[in-house]
Each structure stands twice: as structure tokens, then as C-alpha cells.
Ligand binder design. Structure first.
Ligand SMILES: Nc1ncnc2c1ncn2[C@@H]1O[C@H](COP(=O)(O)OP(=O)(O)OP(=O)(O)O)[C@@H](O)[C@H]1O
Length: 248
């Protein structure tokens, strides 16, 4: 994905100031920065989730495979399948585990038969590292799973419609350390198959899971580069202050 000069306003207030970034397929990209710096605002522009916020206005250009995602011809439902999203708090539908994963492929017409759909559900749950834990109880409610399992179910749901990009907005902040480690392992396994963007407050996590890191501050993209460079040899003073814990 390519973003050029993207600014976001909530009413008169500018929350994001002319951000340009290239997000690559082969890497996991981490967005870091202090609270309120615009990480989630920018993440939401990448699949037009800001459309759902009444007073939000987006300027600039964002392209997916050369297509302007804000063009009037863009089908937003289709876009959100191509650019899936996983939220801070796991939000499975109050339906069975199977239905949580099958819903997207069904509405997007991705399965020709029940057998096809079963195959997609199984493959998605396997890719999300959840299959072994749920294969004998696919009819049980998704909401009855543990928090970590629910989050992996939400990842399986995103995977099921064969996205190009998966956006994760602090996906581990509601999880315990063991469930967090499983999600981090999963992100490593999914790397390369999908472009992954993760917003995180946890700098160790950014260092563990990402190859590229973008540091945001006060609505600006201050620095974007290889994660190892950002953490060991940041160019901007503001980045250095943040990663050394001087503010946050
Ligand atoms: N729906 C909204 N209406 C008005 N202002 C908003 C809205 N959402 C976010 N903002 C403002 O936009 C700015 C950026 O917020 P955003 O949530 O993107 O930051 P963030 O870096 O993701 O923060 P955090 O790490 O706390 O989630 C903040 O000043 C915030 O108050």
C-alpha cells in the first residue's frame, strides 16, 4: 500500500499531518508513538474505517495495487475484505466458531459448495493457529473461547476472505503474556503471505515482530525505517527520546 500526504481532520482539528509511507507485502510494519499521536487514526485510513466516524475527513491519496481506495468507484465492503482489521478487544460475532470464519467467504461468494466452505474454514483456522484447539467444537459459540483464542478467531476471520493486508490495532493489549506470545508467533508465521501492520504501545513487541517501524508524534510521521535501525540508531531526536522512555 502507498499513502501520500495523508491528513485526517476531526471537525476542525487536524489529527494527522501529511503522512506518506509505503507498506510492503514482505514485512511486518509496526506503528509506534505516544498516546494520541495518530497511529490508530492513520491505521483506519488504510481500509476506510474512518468513513464510520461522522466528523472525520481524510485528505491525500492511498493506493492498494495502484488503485485509489478513496475513489468513488471503490467498493468499501470489498476493500475491507482486501484490507482486513483486527481490533484491540477481540470481537467475535455471537455465533458459532464455524460461522465466525464462514461468514465472510459466504457473503463474498468465495465458496462454491459446503465442502469448499468447510475447506476455507479449516485452512483459515489452521493458519491462525487455532484449528487443533477448536476442531471438535466448531458449533460452540466464538464468544465462549478464551481472550487469546478469540483474538486468533478474529485473525482467522480476517484470513478467510484472502486479504492482501491485515491491520492490527494493539491486538495483544487485552491479552495475558502467554496469549500475547502466541499472537506474536502467529504474526511471524503470517509474515510474507500478507502485508501486516501492527499498532503497538509495547516497544519490545514492535522489536520482536516487525521488520519496519514507523514512529508517530503529534500527528506527524517522524521516522520510518528498518526496525533494527529505529531501535539502535534513530535519526530523529524525538524518536530517540521515545524509545529510551523519556516520554510516552
Ligand atoms: N472520533 C474522534 N473524534 C475526535 N477526535 C478524535 C477521534 N479519534 C481520535 N481523535 C483525536 O485524534 C488524535 C489522534 O488519536 P489516535 O487515537 O489516532 O491516536 P493513537 O496514537 O492511536 O493513540 P492511542 O495510542 O492512545 O490509541 C487524538 O488527539 C485524539 O484525541
Amino acid at each position: 500500500m502507498i499513502a501520500r500526504d495523508v491528513s485526517v481532520y476531526y471537525g476542525d482539528k487536524r489529527a494527522l499531518d501529511s503522512v506518506s509511507i509505503d507498506i510492503t507485502q514482505e514485512n511486518v510494519t509496526a506503528f509506534i508513538g505516544p498516546s494520541g499521536c495518530g497511529k490508530s487514526t492513520f491505521l483506519r485510513t488504510l481500509n476506510r474505517m474512518n468513513d464510520t466516524i461522522a466528523n472525520a475527513r481524510v485528505e491525500g491519496k492511498i493506493e492498494l495495487d495502484g488503485e485509489d481506495i478513496y475513489s468513488s468507484g471503490m467498493d468499501v465492503v470489498q476493500l475491507r475484505a482486501r484490507v482486513g482489521m483486527v481490533f484491540q478487544k477481540p470481537n467475535p460475532f455471537p455465533k458459532s466458531i464455524y460461522e465466525n470464519v464462514a461468514y465472510g467467504p459466504r457473503i463474498h461468494g468465495l465458496a462454491g459448495s459446503k465442502g469448499d466452505l468447510d475447506g476455507i474454514v479449516e485452512q483459515s483456522l489452521k493458519r491462525a493457529g487455532l484449528w487443533e484447539e477448536v476442531k471438535d467444537r466448531l458449533d460452540e459459540s466464538g464468544t465462549a473461547l478464551s481472550g487469546g483464542q478469540q483474538q486468533r478467531l478474529c485473525i482467522a476471520r480476517a484470513i478467510a476472505v484472502d486479504p492482501e493486508v491485515i491491520l492490527m490495532d494493539e491486538p495483544c493489549s487485552a491479552l495475558d503474556p502467554i496469549a500475547t506470545a502466541k499472537i506474536e508467533d502467529l504474526i511471524n508465521e503470517l509474515r510474507g503471505r500478507y502485508a501486516i501492520v501492527i499498532v503497538t504501545h509495547n516497544m519490545q513487541q514492535a522489536a520482536r515482530v516487525s521488520q519496519r517501524t514507523a514512529f508517530f508524534h503529534l500527528g506527524n510521521l517522524v521516522e520510518y525505517g528498518d526496525t533494527s535501525e529505529i531501535f539502535t540508531n534513530p535519526r530523529a531526536e524525538r524518536t530517540k527520546d521515545y524509545i529510551t522512555g523519556r516520554y510516552g
